[in-house]
Each structure stands twice: as structure tokens, then as C-alpha cells.
Design a protein around this ligand. Structure first.
Ligand SMILES: [Zn+2]
Ligand SMILES: [Zn+2]
Length: 398
């Protein structure tokens, strides 16, 4: 009985052969690109100049390198999956049982013996994604003829070949030669006849391929040094892509980065000269700063006295907040959200400095109401296939 599951080496050989053949096809493109680039270079330029080398590396990775790394990384998984599939097929065949005992379709007698089981697609127009079913081949001990049945007892029917001229079912004869099978089809009605040939030698490995062993070691990345070199190039490109994305974002959102450059960053010592005169004019005296709290961010408490006797708690706090907010608006300092405390004309609060680029960016966008442009090129495209109208004319991105 034919078994699907074979030695691991069988799967490894197939996988490696595909790797080598894909890589060889890729190398044809690469070599052509290399020669054309070399031909086009001006006399004083050299193919190994860094600029040219990067271009060649990009092309190599695109045509060959990335695939080699992918196939190297997925070799085990892929082979395990193929083996599991074949093991499942064998199990399906081994556990299959005929649900009812069939009778011989030639002599109508019982007692047929199973001589083979195999997996096949059922139906005339079978779908390759549909699971295969077990077909039983039986032999009749009485008339010695063979018949085939599906697991549920349905007899297997030979798909009839009909004459293309008169639609009569054709008869056929098989001739076996050393190299091939020749099928001769003839029509018993109109006499039309034609031949079909099937090659017998399917063993491709027998074709001489003296470079194969060397190519297999190379393209299957068995050489660690070569493998690490490819990984290095791949990482380099990823780094370049990330840098490119960052530069593009800075360029797209130039209006935000320009606004960030305009933000004043007063030192702690400059805060009192900045705030005290403004507050003084509005009747808040003795402005002073506490010791700064230095954590991930810098916070500083401040206090002052309200000298206006007719200004009550709420008004005093609100006025002070407005003054501080306005005085700091062009700087990277902000009044903290915990607000301002008031007691008997003594006011206190805290301000905070925004120092990191990301924080500063958010601050500028909030203060100046700036919107970022979309970074992704897909989002730039209004006809993006991953978006749809939300019914109110708006666009939903997903
Ligand atoms: Zn029989
Ligand atoms: Zn015919």
C-alpha cells in the first residue's frame, strides 16, 4: 500500500531544491542588473563605490536575499507542516472502512477483497481545496475483475471520454514504451482517433546538476558568515527605512517642528523676572519660587500675595491663573492642572517644564492648534481601498 509519509530527508530535499531554483532564477535578474549598471557607469565611477554597492545590495535583497532569509527561517516549520499533512493522509486511509459490503459489479457476487486504498478527489469538477476521500480498490475472487468504491459504498465511475466530433463514448488502448505511455483513443461510431502521450521518466533529480550541492549550501544559508552578512544588510535597510520614515514625518509636519523651534525655554532663574513684574502690576506681590522638584520632569511651586483687599478667593485665583497662563504661553512652561490655592490672600501653585521633543510637540500642537499631516502614504490617498464612507460623507479608515 502506498504511504504518503516519507523520511524527513525527502521533504528537506524538495524544500531545498525549491530554494535553490528560486534563487537561481533571482540571480539571473541580479546578474543582468549588475552588468547593466556596470555598463552605464561613467568612466571615473567604480562598481564598488559605496553608492553603487548600496544600490546593488538593495537589488540583491529584493530579488534573492530576503527570500533566502525567509526560507531559512521557515524551513523547519514548513517541513513539519508537510509531514503532518502526509501523516494525516495515511491515518485517513488506515482508519477508513467501507460502510456497507459492496457486490461485484461484473458478476453480482459478494466476497470482494480490498487490494488497495488511496486518496482521491471525488466528483467531476472537483475543487482542489476540498478534502480528498478514500477510494477502495477491490478484487472479485469469482470473476477476478477489479472494481472501486468510495467509503460510503458508492461505485467509482470512470469519467467517459467522448468523441469531440460525434459525442460517442470513445474506447482507448494503452501502449507502454521505455520512455512513455501512449494512449490511443478511437471512436467506435465515426472512426475519429487521436493519441496522447505521458512521460514515464519523471525523476528530475537524475538530470545532471554538478553545481547543485555547492548552490544548496550557499542558498540554504548553511554558511553562518554569509547568513549573518544578509541579516546585517536586512537590518541596515530596516534602520534606513525607519530613518526615512522619521525624516518624512519631520518634513510632513514641518509647521509643527518650526513652531517648536520658536518656543522659548527660560531657565529657572529667568522665571521670576518673567512673571513677577506682570503679577505685580495686577496687585500680586512677593512672587517667589520654591525649590524645584527634579524628577522625570521638573516642577516648581510658586507663591505670591494678593494685595487687593476687595478681590475674593475665586476671582483672585482665576485672575492669577489667567496671568500666569498668558505669561508662559510662548515658553515650554505651563501651570499644572492641580490649579492655584488661595488662603487669606496667600496664593500658591505649581508650574511644569516640557523638555522632551514628544512632549514639546504635543504642547505646541495644543497651544497653536496645529494638526499633523498623515504620515502613511495610504492615508494620503482619498481613494484608499481600506476606507469607506460613513454615510455622512465622512471617511472611515480601517
Ligand atoms: Zn465478480
Ligand atoms: Zn465519433
Amino acid at each position: 500500500m502506498y504511504l504518503h509519509l516519507k523520511d524527513r530527508k525527502f521533504y528537506e530535499d524538495i524544500y531545498d531544491r525549491v530554494t535553490v531554483e528560486d534563487a537561481r532564477r533571482g540571480m539571473v535578474h541580479y546578474d543582468k542588473f549588475f552588468l547593466e549598471l556596470k555598463k552605464k557607469l561613467p568612466k571615473d565611477d567604480k562598481i564598488d563605490r559605496p553608492g553603487n554597492a548600496i544600490l546593488l545590495n538593495v537589488f540583491y535583497m529584493q530579488t534573492v536575499g530576503n527570500d533566502l532569509l525567509y526560507r531559512y527561517e521557515n524551513r523547519e516549520r514548513h517541513i513539519n507542516e508537510r509531514m503532518a499533512e502526509d501523516e494525516k493522509k495515511d491515518e485517513q486511509i488506515a482508519t477508513a472502512r467501507l460502510t456497507k459490503e459492496p457486490y461485484c459489479h461484473h458478476c453480482n457476487r459478494h466476497g470482494l477483497r480490498i487490494i488497495d486504498k488511496s486518496l482521491m478527489h471525488r466528483g467531476d469538477h472537483y475543487d482542489l481545496n476540498e478534502p480528498e476521500e478514500v477510494l477502495f480498490m477491490l478484487s472479485c475472487p469469482h470473476c477476478k475483475k477489479k472494481s472501486a468504491f468510495w467509503e460510503d459504498g458508492t461505485a467509482w465511475k470512470v469519467k467517459a471520454i467522448v468523441c469531440p466530433k460525434c459525442k460517442t463514448e470513445m474506447t482507448h488502448k494503452t501502449t507502454t514504451t521505455k520512455m512513455s505511455f501512449i494512449f490511443t483513443y478511437s471512436c467506435p461510431s465515426c472512426g475519429h482517433s487521436y493519441k496522447d502521450k505521458m512521460d514515464r521518466s519523471t525523476k528530475e533529480e537524475e538530470r545532471s546538476d554538478p553545481e547543485y550541492d555547492k548552490d544548496r549550501v550557499h542558498f540554504c544559508l548553511e554558511d553562518k558568515e554569509f547568513r549573518d552578512k544578509l541579516y546585517g544588510i536586512q537590518r541596515g535597510f530596516e534602520g534606513m527605512a525607519a530613518l526615512g520614515k522619521e525624516l518624512k514625518e519631520k518634513d510632513d509636519n514641518k509647521h509643527i517642528y518650526d513652531a517648536m523651534k520658536e518656543v522659548k525655554k527660560p531657565k529657572i532663574a529667568e522665571l521670576t523676572p518673567l512673571l513677577a513684574p506682570i503679577l505685580e502690576k495686577a496687585g500680586y506681590t512677593e512672587f517667589s519660587l520654591d525649590k524645584p522638584e527634579m524628577g522625570r520632569d521638573v516642577y516648581i511651586g510658586f507663591s505670591c500675595l494678593d494685595t487687593k483687599s476687595d478681590r475674593e478667593d475665586y476671582d483672585s485665583r482665576k485672575t492669577l491663573k489667567k496671568l500666569v497662563d498668558r505669561a508662559l504661553v510662548d515658553t515650554n512652561w505651563r501651570l499644572m492642572s492641580d490649579g492655584i490655592n488661595y488662603r487669606l490672600g496667600y496664593l500658591s501653585g505649581r508650574i511644569r517644564a516640557y523638555e522632551r521633543e514628544e512632549d514639546l510637540k504635543k504642547l505646541v500642537m495644543q497651544t497653536k492648534k496645529l494638526k499633523p499631516k498623515q504620515v502613511s502614504s495610504e492615508a494620503d490617498n482619498p481613494d484608499n481601498e481600506f476606507s469607506m464612507d460613513d454615510g455622512k460623507g465622512g471617511r472611515i479608515q480601517y
